[in-house]
Write a protein that binds this ligand. Sequence first.
Ligand code: CDP
Ligand code: MG
Length: 721
Amino acid sequence: MAQGVEGDAARPPRLNGLPSNPNLANNAKPNSFNRRQKIAQQRKSLPIASVEKRLVQEVRNNDTLIVVGETGSGKTTQIPQFLFNAGFCSDGKVIGVTQPRRVAAVTVAKRVAEESGVELGQRVGYSIRFDDMTSGSTRIKYMTDGLLLREALLDPYLSRYSVLIVDEAHERTVHTDVLLGLLKDVQNKRSASANDCPNTEKKQLSNGMLLEKGQGVWSSTLKQGQSRRFSTLKLIIMSASLDARVFSEYFGGARAVHVQGRQFPVDILYTLHPQPDYLDATLITIFQIHLEEGPGDVLVFLTGQEEIESVERLIQERLRQLPEGNRNMLTVSIFSSLPSEKQMRVFAPSPPGFRKVILATNIAETSVTIPGIKYVVDPGFVKARSYDPAKGMESLIVIPTSKAQALQRSGRAGREGPGKCFRLYPETEFEKLEDSTKPEIKRCNLSNVVLQLMALGVKDVIGFDFIEKPPRAAIVKSLEQLFLLGALTEDCKLSDPLGHQMARLPLDPMYSKALIQASQFNCVEEVLITVAMLSVESIFYAPREKLEEARTAMKCFSSADGDHITLINVFRAADEFLEKRKSGQSKEKDDKLLKKWCKENFINSRSLRHARDIHRQIQGHVEQMGLRIASCGDDMVQFRRCLAASFFLNAALKQPEGLYRALASGQVVQIHPSSVLFRTKPECIIFNELVQTNHKYIRNITRIDYLWLTELAPQYYSMQR
Ligand code: CDP
Ligand code: MG
């Protein structure tokens, strides 16, 4: 089966000509009646459609159910609708479905709203951090797992939900793992409360549904002093991995059911030799498919937004050099921070005669199913979090995928017919891959998790019933970090008010601390902008062919003090531009103006818009907390002092030869070339991010005074060094 693609892959595509730029949205507008009919047909033909009754029965019979089914079988879109139709929301309760990724929550909610023929935000909605599309009438709610964890802070029994579905559990993100532990506990508490209730022996509801003991409904006639009674919480854990054992065992031998998928054969092709530049190999393979293979869309797995955007540009460049007859290819991308109106573009069918190339992160492995794919290009890498508890440093690294991921990726090519998967590494390398991905909880900084668990009332975080225990050292390190940030007291309780306030903000603890602390430095406005800008990837972009122009443009914003002030300058310049144009009347007009401004200034417009959204949302939280949004004006020393007081765990000192030593971890790091301080290299800095490629790079850096550290973070810097 395996065969080399290298011979052809080494041949560059033919070049010359001009681009054609078809607009996807204009090409895909079948009339709505046809579309509804088509959707109904698609739904009926899904593998899951034939087992609707059985599945509903299984949910009635089991409080916890594990559902395993191949990607595309219809789990995410159909099961919540089956349960809604079966009356699981009849008493006003909500069916909640959690997703590890924002994009999946949004796109699936849109699809399900369309399938159900309702407006998004009404019966079917989604809620993700910084974007809530639900209302009082929402009964099927898609959300990120992190968001449900936050809801539990306000409603520890998650009382509005009758069913909670943890989707994509095989991904084992840190939020999924914590959520599983939390839901197990909530379910036990609610069952205990429901079983307490004398009148839930058997109860006929108005809709004729028979509830058995343990399925009691909210008692609506509570007398004062009487304890609240909760209905049992139904839990469904959904996974695309065939190994349901780990979930079943964790939930006391819970029942697992398999949904048969449909999978056509996929021809797997490997390269003959390892590829030193996988992006180049990716590009060559895409054009090889385009010029030599039959019709069918191509799905390409890349590691992140930056990589996707640069491959997208390179494809456009090369496409322009092809003869006109061969330019019938268009690209669409999908990654987590993509603005939601852009996300749906991947689902639009390619215009007749065109080949669609979808550039995706591992989000397209199992979270979203895109129809029409026949070819998969898998360079074999994924961006992952990595954590060294001894050094207390988390970093993002690009690592090889696991075998399970490689199989999932190739499976995407065989959904609608036989397909081909091009793995851009030799077959011998496949054998060396790990079988499955290590759960994220074992390789990330746990400060956020620990803070959340403590805010949820978990006193002994080390003893918490995790599905798989994180390293003890990592928990201890997080407790130490939280203590140093002032979120915990000496006897390991959440401090009041700082710890509680930090837990309420939907941000990394260090960012929350900066925001709260900013009021003492009179710079809440500046930190608010900073935190929003740091929450998105790559604000600046520099296309290869216009590198010099881009650099000149960036200089207009750059501050000699560092990247944080530079980011503030960009944000404010955009604001001023819009103000001058007296816009603000319509969002569309603003967006259009902003896009043009971004283009002229080499700013990534989707990142900036996302940052502006986030800014608005965090501002809401900050106002709710009663913090005064003041500005330090021109006195940026105040702002930099605030950064030093909050990010002191990420301080670094200059070493010979332009390297830096991170003070907390002792690691030797270097300033990333994209930083405005890359050339000036100040003596003492704080940074926000560590990225490991072949070097250990730090990004988002600000110059500080070394003495500020002992003055502003004596709890850390006076006791050592
Ligand atoms: O969750 P699972 O992978 O089992 O499948 P799903 O996400 O429920 O998707 C079922 C089908 O719905 C897919 O095969 C897609 O064809 C379709 N779908 C779609 O067309 N557009 C979406 N936004 C989501 C799903
Ligand atoms: Mg799914």
